[in-house]
Write a protein that binds this ligand. Structure first.
Ligand code: AMP
Ligand code: GLY
Length: 432
């Protein structure tokens, strides 16, 4: 296989994808559109060069033009917004090979009501829920329920559309806010859902429309504060694999969650070629799905891809072509642990300070990986902060202590004003 690959997106997830794809045998070049100033790297003995392309993720015509110009053989779409907007459909219509579902399949993430209906049809374990389309209907339902549910905007709300209410007043306020327009069209209908309790895990599958392969499970840390407190973020760190989910538990999820959902998707005439990401809560009565996403998780992707052995590019291409059964196996490194710690900008997840120069005295090749997200190059060429989550430091070891030591040591060599890091990522699996 000779591959020229274009990754769409600009975050840490896309940097990790570009990194892993550039190391796949047979890959000649990897571009990222629009990417960010921290992603560029030259070709080395074992990996292809990574370069960025100034084409926006919503510029379908520009992307098609670039792909023709550079003879791109595979496009991998990272974020949910272009998937939900139909970018994969547009590129496929132009004859390109694309990893990522079309707008029909992306509803799995872009409409929680649609996903819930699919789960019910497929008999997938999930919390009981109700859909409401007006404030009055929402408040009536709250009074009938008599206890506070989780209130979710139906559509894409950049991770801000969910309120896990502890009191009825909080639930009412969330319903009020949504119908007052806080989430725009994404909040025109709401899903009210019973609250579940238990640890959360992210389980991702690569899918070619018929078959799927599960990746090592990960655990994400969504809250900004130490001890999992404070507001929700896009994710402040993650680790993989999850030691308390063994092969048998994963096989169980494959047969009770992934295969039935894929069958229900096919029943609707949808040819789903991309990631199915299940956010699962391990409750006292078994694992239940709390959400599906139609893409790799960020930051889960940064600590799942380094665990894989094998040719990721060939496997994603096989998914894109509907030929996963013929692809080379993607195995997981034995007894390896991967740790990902995010460094955010001051103020995150609210408005953040930007433009602070980033200094780095570490050595990327011997000290784990750094995947850049909210950064750009200043006029002098120096990397500076330009977003909420700035970068992720990723360590790989024989156990989690080694992996986290590496990730935190590397992060200690990187500095910028307002650097915001949780020191307790992976507390569940670290011994020191
Ligand atoms: P989402 O935006 O769907 O990822 O939801 C954000 C977070 O809300 C999840 O990661 C969970 O921590 C929490 N959440 C969502 N649904 C439920 C539920 N039914 N019970 C408890 N927590 C939930
Ligand atoms: N880290 C959570 C997500 O990507 O949705």
């Amino acid at each position: 296989m000779t591959a020229n690959i274009l990754v769409i997106g600009s975050g840490g997830r896309e940097h990790a994808l570009a990194w892993a794809l550039s190391r796949s045998p047979g890959v000649e070049a990897v571009w990222v559109a629009p990417g960010n100033g921290g992603m560029v790297s030259p070709a080395t003995g074992g990996s292809a060069a990574i370069a960025v392309v100034p084409v926006a993720a919503d510029d379908g015509t520009g992307i098609v033009g670039f792909c023709r110009d550079k003879a791109v053989t595979l496009v991998v779409i990272g974020p949910e917004a272009p998937l939900a907007a139909g970018l994969a459909d547009e590129l496929r219509e132009q004859g390109l090979t694309v990893f990522g579902p079309g707008a029909d399949g992306a509803q799995l993430e872009a409409s929680k009501a649609w996903a819930k209906q699919l789960m019910t049809q497929a008999g997938v374990p999930t919390a009981p829920s109700w859909v409401v389309t007006s404030r009055t209907e929402g408040l009536d339902l709250l009074h009938r329920l008599g206890r506070p549910p989780v209130v979710k905007a139906d559509g894409l709300a950049a991770g801000k559309g969910v309120t896990v209410a502890s009191t009825m007043a909080e639930a009412e306020a969330a319903v009020d806010r949504a119908f007052a327009g806080a989430f725009g069209r994404a909040g025109e209908q709401l899903v009210l859902e019973e609250r579940l309790e238990g640890p959360e895990v992210s389980v991702l599958a690569l899918c070619d429309g018929r078959d799927l392969v599960l990746l090592p499970p990960a655990q994400d840390h969504k809250r900004i504060g130490e001890g999992d407190t404070g507001p929700n973020t896009g994710g402040m760190g993650a680790y993989a694999p999850v030691p308390f989910l063994d092969q048998q538990a994963l096989e169980h999820m494959r047969s009770t969650v992934f295969l039935p959902v894929l069958a229900a998707i096919r029943d609707r005439g949808i040819d789903y070629r991309g990631v199915i990401y299940a956010g699962m809560m391990l409750t006292a009565t078994g694992p239940k799905v709390i959400e599906f996403n139609c893409r790799f998780g960020d930051p889960e992707c940064q600590c799942v891809l380094p665990l894989l052995d094998g040719n990721l590019a060939a496997v994603l291409q096989a998914c894109a072509l509907g030929q996963l059964a013929e692809a080379p196996a993607l195995s997981t490194r034995k007894s390896a642990a991967c740790a990902c710690v995010v460094a955010a900008a001051e103020g995150y997840p609210g408005p953040v300070r930007r433009g602070d120069p980033i200094t780095d005295t570490g050595n990327a090749s011997s000290e784990g990986m750094v995947f850049y997200a909210g950064v750009k190059r200043g006029e002098t060429g120096q990397i500076q902060t330009a977003g909420g989550r700035v970068l992720a430091s990723v360590g790989l070891g024989d156990d989690f202590d080694q992996a986290f030591d590496q990730a935190y040591n590397r992060l200690g060599r990187i500095d910028y004003a307002g650097k915001t890091v949780r020191s307790d990522i992976g507390h569940q699996v670290r011994r020191r």
